[in-house]
Write a protein that binds this ligand. Structure first.
Ligand code: ARG
Length: 441
């Protein structure tokens, strides 16, 4: 005999209880309106289920069983007697569990969408608060061009916008009620699947009973969308860890998001962000686990599917708590604008500006690029920056240089005028911020 502990999912599927009860109430109501069971029986069953739900909400527990479906049915029969056994007419745990999971994913995906909006708002507020701060923009983690800090962090708001659209999208695909597929073949009872679908807020029913009880695509959709979202947050965590290091010192994390070291008294470690980065690995592990779980299963339901729950629940919890953490980090962050601006004077950040200057005066860009490379080499050799060069020194590289070059040679200006759509420039940034604002309304 298989040990009960081995076969049982009760320890982890308890959180499906409210969805299981909601599904059973709809199912029983339909059985009565289709005259499959008497209305008087359905009333007793529904009242019994509602009482169980109320008790669970009060924190009461029900005795454990093989899974949450059996546990609730046992409890119902214990409370209302034999009539409770009619609840499972024209239903199987296979369509029942598919329904519970869909209801759960639908609920949690909506919560995640709301939390994404909150995190986006946190980013947006931080961007607005620090709209004038200039910092080096990076490629290859090397200084590239001056940008506004706000522009950099808003990149994450747009990643989250795509994440949000993935959750909205999966909600559309998930919007088919599985109830009525029964074990895998449908039933001879004259059930009305559209009625249960309507009662449970689905806009349609699934088309193929075999697919219905085998399908966990909605969980994979959810876990993939969550894993990608976590990857986005992990990139953010990584940047903020680097930026909060002594070498960068671009930002200071609020105290509650750091921890000290047990031996080095001076330390404020970015533990919260490290955990965020670490938890992204869990989410990636969970989607991998689910893909692997499904890939070898013949149709239709197999008990392997019971194992879909731990990675689903774990990912749901991780995503929600990580989003919340990210929004709190943005709300409490100190931006060290001075340090960011100072860094703009390292790494010849204005080189592209100088090359563009020559190109705007008619020099082919490739040639301008080569000339500025030469200037950078000579500045490196003489330990100078653009601002240390005289006009005559510059003219020795190209006669096109004039005094007006010095007007554009500041990080602030270099960033300010990059107003091509979606660029870092002041006007482009204002457009970007108002677009995001209206999306988040
Ligand atoms: N606890 C099971 C699960 O999570 C419920 C479905 C059981 N179905 C079956 N045919 N044994 O998948």
């Amino acid at each position: 005999m298989i040990p009960q502990d081995y076969i049982s999912s009760f320890s982890f599927d308890q959180r499906l209880a409210p969805y299981d009860i909601q599904g059973s109430i709809a199912h029983v109501a339909m059985l009565a309106s289709q005259k499959i069971i008497p209305v008087s029986d359905s009333k007793k069953i529904i009242a019994g289920l509602e009482a169980i739900q109320r008790d669970l909400e009060k924190g009461k527990t029900i005795p454990k069983a093989e899974d949450i479906h059996f546990a609730i049915e046992n409890e119902l029969v214990k409370r209302i007697g034999e009539v409770g056994k009619k609840m499972h007419t024209a239903r199987s745990r296979n369509d029942q569990v598919a329904l519970d999971l869909k209801l759960y994913v639908r609920d949690i995906a909506k919560k995640i969408i709301e939390q994404i909006k909150q995190t986006q708002n946190g980013i947006l507020n931080c961007a607005i608060k620090n709209q004038k701060t200039v910092m080096p923009g990076f490629t290859h983690l090397q200084h590239g061009q001056p940008i506004f800090f706000a522009h950099h962090i808003l990149a994450y708001a747009w990643m989250l916008e795509r994440d949000k659209s993935r959750f909205l999208d999966l909600l559309k695909r998930l919007d088919e009620c599985p109830l009525g597929a029964c074990a895998m073949a449908g039933t001879t009872f004259s059930i009305d699947r559209n009625e249960t679908a309507k009662l449970l807020g689905f806009s349609r029913v699934t088309e193929n009973s075999i697919d219905t009880v085998s399908d966990r695509d909605f969980i994979l959709d959810f876990n993939f969308s969550s894993a990608l979202l976590m990857v986005h947050l992990s990139r953010l965590a990584e940047e903020f860890i680097i930026w909060s290091s002594q070498e960068f010192n671009y930002i200071t994390l609020a105290d509650p998001f750091t921890s000290g070291s047990s031996i080095m008294p001076q330390k404020r470690n970015p533990d919260a962000l490290e955990l965020l980065r670490g938890k992204a690995s869990r989410s990636i592990g969970n989607i991998t686990e689910l893909l692997t779980l499904i890939k070898g299963q013949p149709l239709s339901y197999n008990r392997d599917l019971q194992e879909d729950k731990p990675p689903l629940f774990d990912t749901a919890d991780t995503t929600l708590s990580s989003l919340l953490l990210a929004s709190q980090i943005f709300e409490t962050l100190t931006v060290n604008s001075k340090k960011m601006e100072e860094s703009c004077h390292k790494g010849f950040l204005l080189s592209t500006e100088v090359a563009d200057y020559l190109a705007k005066k008619g020099m082919p860009f490739r040639k301008a690029h080569a000339i500025v490379s030469k200037i950078v080499k000579s500045m490196l050799a003489e330990n100078k920056d653009f601002k240390d060069l005289s006009l005559s020194e510059l003219k020795s590289f190209s006669q096109l240089f004039e005094k007006d070059l010095f007007q554009i040679l500041s990080p602030q200006k270099a960033a300010q005028f990059k107003n091509s759509y979606g660029g870092t420039g002041v006007n482009a940034l204002t457009t970007q911020i108002s677009k995001l604002k209206s999306l988040l309304k």
